[in-house]
Design a binder for this molecule. Structure first.
Ligand code: SF4
Ligand code: SF4
Ligand code: SF4
Length: 284
């Protein structure tokens, strides 16, 4: 039995028994090398579910809006499961709101290039960090690419060059907010950029305002980012958003020791919201 067969069978059983009100996975897209997320509530639709190397979307974010209608079943790989941990730790959902069918994931493929997606070559957790049952075996994987290599490249730039580099990035941003909408850490009911408050945040599409948006978002999610790479994948302007996310993560590792967000439901408070007298403070 393949993982896809198991996912279909279990989704059908969970919906038929009433254990879950809806189930989230992927369905085949219009083309053979494409899938889209699928949300079903009718057991008869379970056979539409697929699991293959083109399941590029992570699924955790869809859960937030489904939970008020009842328990949600969900397929989780490493990245999806860390997104779920994030939502639970941030008290957006409860553990009992979801039933998780885990799958080991060797990585997914960019349908345009036919190459592995960058987020997957850098992935450090291919298997779910939490689940209720597994559909198939866990996968072993080669050592991932160095996730801080791009950060070091930017750090090596001279300051004026670095400034021009970031200016060129923010000049291209179109403020579509796809990076925010896909992110499992961005769960504020009212995002700071949507707030209507005088002199709060500009809505203009220019370098200064775009930079303000980008940098504020990076600091909002700083020590909670699960490194799923979805923000960078969905950006229609192909902006290298993971460089900024990983700069914060690299600094967190440097300042507070080895740290990865959302690996367990028991993880302690995030480093940026705790204070310790032993904290380094060379800047003071
Ligand atoms: S980020 Fe990791 S778990 Fe997620 S799809 Fe890529 S390889 Fe699989
Ligand atoms: S997805 Fe890209 S273009 Fe859209 S707001 Fe985010 S950074 Fe800007
Ligand atoms: S990698 Fe991007 S989408 Fe994923 S958690 Fe971090 S900021 Fe959000």
């Amino acid at each position: 039995m393949t993982a896809q067969d198991t996912i279909r069978a279990r989704a059908r059983e969970l919906l038929e028994s009433g254990e879950v009100a809806s189930f989230v996975g992927w369905e085949a897209g219009r083309f053979a090398n494409q899938t889209t997320p699928l949300i079903i509530s009718d057991p008869a639709d379970a056979d539409k579910l697929v699991f293959n190397e083109y399941c590029v979307n992570t699924l955790a974010k869809y859960v937030r809006d489904l939970v008020p209608r009842g328990k949600v079943g969900l397929v989780v790989r490493g990245c999806d499961s860390r997104g779920i941990v994030r939502l639970i730790v941030d008290q957006v959902i409860k553990r009992e709101d979801v039933y998780l069918i885990g799958v080991g994931c060797p990585g997914v493929i960019d349908r345009k290039s036919g190459e592995p997606l960058k987020k997957c070559t850098e992935c450090r957790h291919n298997n779910p960090v939490i689940c209720d049952e597994m559909a198939g075996d866990e996968v072993a994987k080669d050592a991932p690419a160095d996730r801080f290599a791009e950060v070091r490249e930017v750090e090596l730039m001279a300051q004026p060059e670095r400034s021009r580099y970031f200016e060129s990035i923010y000049a291209k941003c179109i403020r579509c907010y796809a990076c925010r909408d896909v992110c499992p850490c961005c769960t504020c009911r009212e995002c700071f950029v949507d707030a209507r408050r005088e002199n709060w945040v500009g809505k203009q599409n220019n370098v200064a305002e775009n930079r303000f948006y980008g940098l504020t978002r990076v600091m909002h999610i700083g020590d909670r980012c699960i490194e799923c790479g979805e923000c960078e994948r969905v950006c229609p302007m192909d902006l290298p958003l993971m460089k900024l996310n990983r700069k914060v993560i690299q600094d967190l590792n440097d300042l507070f020791g080895e740290f990865e967000s959302s690996m367990s439901l028991d993880e302690g408070p995030e480093p940026l919201i705790t204070y310790d007298l032993a904290d380094r403070e060379e800047f003071m």
